[in-house]
Design a protein. Structure first.
Length: 239
């Protein structure tokens, strides 16, 4: 079983128990729609064509519920819309353009850094909305087809090899091992890191297998050059 760092499962289950059948601070109509949507995503039902099949992760479910509630509140605030499925095409373009150009700001007054993420959430919801009605023989127009899902890439912060080695040389042995393990593998920390087992190491700790079930993307195998040399140095000292 994969260990969770942020315990998304407990957070989601506790939230569901707390809200029951009505999500506070939004209309009853939106509450029912969002809960129906989340139930389907929990169970992998009515997933839009072309998307990955199966139940969504608890991390994804928490993200969906948070942003869908946010959007339902904002659509009410800006356009007086109590039913999120009644939002008009021009209104959603106006809203997401406002998030991009800064006319619609966060609560702290700052500009949204990733409006494209909100667009993707709404597009996924709308395609679900289309699919459940298509099963009833009702065609719903795709008001999201022209929405811009692009986003700016965050500034990449990194240390080069020289800086990594300097950091490693000034660290205690336990931290040296961890630093060079992270450097050699490029493993995601903490999500993948905390799920590594001794049985994942091969060839006298010179290779690591990152299993599919613990990976965010896909399983892979990494060479451990500096990491294995640090381990062997320690073992020689013990001898």
């Amino acid at each position: 079983m994969k260990r969770e760092v942020y315990d998304h499962k407990s957070k989601y289950i506790l939230w569901k128990e707390k809200v029951g059948k009505i999500i506070p601070e939004i209309s009853e109509v939106n509450s029912k729609i969002i809960l129906d949507y989340l139930f389907d995503m929990e169970n992998g039902l009515n997933v839009s064509t072309g998307n990955k099949k199966g139940a969504r992760s608890y991390n994804r479910l928490n993200n969906l519920k948070q942003r869908m509630i946010f959007l339902s509140k904002k659509f009410k605030e800006f356009y007086g819309v109590d039913d999120i499925t009644k939002i008009e095409e021009r209104q959603i373009h106006d809203f997401f353009t406002g998030m991009r150009n800064g006319t619609i700001k966060r609560l702290d007054g700052r500009v949204y850094q990733s409006p494209g993420d909100y667009v993707k959430i709404f597009k996924a919801f709308w395609h679900w909305h289309q699919k459940i009605h298509r099963k009833k023989g009702i065609e719903i127009y795709d008001i999201t087809m022209d929405l811009d899902t692009s986003g700016k890439k965050p500034r990449w912060v990194y240390l080069d090899e020289k800086e990594i080695k300097k950091l490693c040389n000034d660290a205690k042995y336990e931290y040296k091992v961890l630093i060079m393990f992270l450097f050699d593998t490029g493993i995601r920390s903490p999500s993948e890191l905390i799920n590594i087992k001794v049985s994942d190491f091969y060839n006298d700790f010179k290779e690591l297998n990152i299993r599919d079930e613990i990976s965010k993307t896909f399983g892979r195998r990494s060479k451990l050059i500096t990491f294995s040399s640090i381990l062997s140095t320690k073992s020689k000292r013990r001898v």
